[in-house]
Design a protein around this ligand. Structure first.
Ligand SMILES: *[C@@H]1O[C@H](CO)[C@@H](O)[C@H](O)[C@H]1NC(C)=O
Ligand SMILES: *[C@@H]1O[C@H](CO)[C@@H](O)[C@H](O)[C@H]1NC(C)=O
Length: 201
């Protein structure tokens, strides 16, 4: 990442800051976090040289959607709603697989463990929202950054889970297939729904 690009990014975000000032709904913690978010994106862009183009493009577009959404109170609430939906789908999935009552094949077990990891990330996000992000403390710009990172982590985990689901063998038992199709829908909906959050801001 060239220094000039970095300066440009900081300039762009400064002008965005002016624009978002006009918006009454701007999250109080967001503006302080925005410069840090942009630095994070810039670092990511520097790493991009070592990442495959498709993956890099995906991550950057997720980051942009999340950043935009986090800029308003309504956007944050909307993200939280979607996080809760993913967590519920994952919790239901783990229970449904258990209820199938037969030995869990290796490929299904892989998806189960991804879902458990997603439950943990979702719990972290909900916890952040109700602790760090709910306080009036001036340090809460950290909340935005942590919320952002946790949401990025969730988005990437959703992506790998969807890939694992695609790899399930065709002879997977119908009980597992039925449970998996529900969690698959929830995973597929996450990012498009976050994108829709922006429209409702
Ligand atoms: C998962 O990530 C890849 C890039 O690594 C991207 O092309 C693809 O669209 C993503 N899939 C979903 C469903 O988010
Ligand atoms: C997130 O925090 C806000 C403000 O404290 C609260 O109103 C909301 O219910 C929380 N959302 C979740 C899903 O916990």
């Amino acid at each position: 990442m060239k220094a000039i690009t970095l300066c440009f990014l900081v300039l762009v975000s400064a002008s965005c800051l002016l624009k978002t000032n006009a918006n009454v709904d701007v999250h109080p913690d967001f503006q302080a976090a925005e410069v840090e978010l942009d630095l994070w994106l810039a670092e990511l862009e520097a790493e991009g040289d070592y990442m495959d183009v498709e993956q890099f493009g995906f991550i950057v577009s997720c980051a942009k959607i999340l950043k935009k959404c986090l800029s308003s109170v309504r956007g944050v609430n909307c993200i939280l709603k979607e996080v809760v939906a993913v967590m519920k789908a994952c919790t239901d999935y783990v229970e449904a697989i258990d209820a199938c009552g037969v030995a869990v094949p290796k490929d299904v077990a892989t998806v189960v463990s991804s879902c458990k990891a997603m439950i943990t990330i979702c719990n972290n996000i909900i916890h952040l929202n109700s602790t760090l992000c709910a306080s009036d403390d001036s340090t809460t710009s950290k909340c935005m950054l942590q919320l952002f990172k946790a949401c990025m982590q969730l988005t990437r985990k959703i992506n790998t889970t969807l890939k694992q689901i695609t790899k399930l063998p065709s002879d997977t038992s119908s009980c597992f297939v039925a449970a998996t199709s529900k969690v698959k829908t929830a995973c597929n909906n996450f990012l498009p729904n976050i994108d829709k959050c922006i429209d409702s801001m």
